[in-house]
Design a protein around this ligand. Structure first.
Ligand code: CA
Length: 242
């Protein structure tokens, strides 16, 4: 597989966690570079372009947020932030300054491997041309004719519902925060209007989801925002949800 030759830069100040991350990722076949500080990592980045960065939030000196911000000024490389367990604000902040995903400490080796693999896969897909359609499960979105089909029947959406669905579908596989959605769909002055978003998500789900089941297209990321699944993550109403 292409991504197995990818180079991953891991930035973590705890040497035990760093070693664990390195072991897990090397076992997956990646080349792993490590840094104990953000400053050292930025020096590395001046010379080498990794395929992905795993970035701890709590670092001595420059913290993970500042590092993420600096990296984003010069690079689109996928960044997975590593945050503490109960710090939703950290997760939101990371996503809003350009991280692609987050992973919460303590994490399992499998979780780390899965997140890295998914982020590399999205990155490989997004380097191509923008797809004119998205199809997942029974849902089909045609961005050219602006039509949404569910099990081969057209779904009529309001303009706002359609733009909201497109925004989530265009960001499939990654979490978008509530404020990111509000600002994109309604405008910057709507930041914080969670109720508006909640109601619109509810209307969209009424049209797309089975009300008796857990949503499978518009997934709630509790305390953070929403996501739309990519194929790997899509869970239909099969046994996995039972
Ligand atoms: Ca740390």
């Amino acid at each position: 597989m292409l991504h197995n030759k990818a180079c991953v830069l891991v930035i973590e100040d705890d040497p035990r966690i760093l070693r664990l991350e390195q072991m897990v990722l090397e076992k997956e076949g990646y080349t792993v570079l490590t840094s104990l500080t953000a400053e050292e990592a930025l020096e590395t980045l001046a010379e080498i372009s990794p395929s992905l960065i795993v970035l701890d939030v709590g670092l001595p000196g420059m913290d993970g947020f500042a590092a993420c911000y600096q990296i984003r000024e010069v690079s689109q490389v996928p960044i997975i932030m590593v945050t503490g367990r109960d710090f939703n604000e950290d997760k939101i902040k990371g996503l809003e300054i350009g991280a692609d995903d987050y992973i919460t400490k303590p994490f399992s080796p499998n979780e780390l491997a899965a997140r890295v693999k998914a982020a590399l896969r999205r990155s490989a897909m997004s380097t191509g041309v923008i797809e004119p359609t998205v199809q997942i499960g029974d849902l089909f979105v045609d961005f050219i004719s602006n039509r949404v089909m569910l099990a081969n029947r057209e779904v009529l959406l309001s303009d706002t519902e359609y733009r909201l669905l497109c925004y989530l579908a265009r960001n499939a596989g990654r979490i978008v925060t509530r404020d990111q959605i509000l600002e994109r769909i309604w405008g910057e002055e709507y930041s914080g209007e969670d109720h508006l978003l909640h109601v619109t998500i509810g209307r969209l789900r009424l049209k797309l989801e089975d009300p008796a089941r857990k949503p499978k297209y518009i997934i709630t990321r509790r305390g953070i925002g929403y996501s739309f699944p990519i194929e790997d993550e899509y869970v239909g109403y099969g046994s996995r949800l039972a």
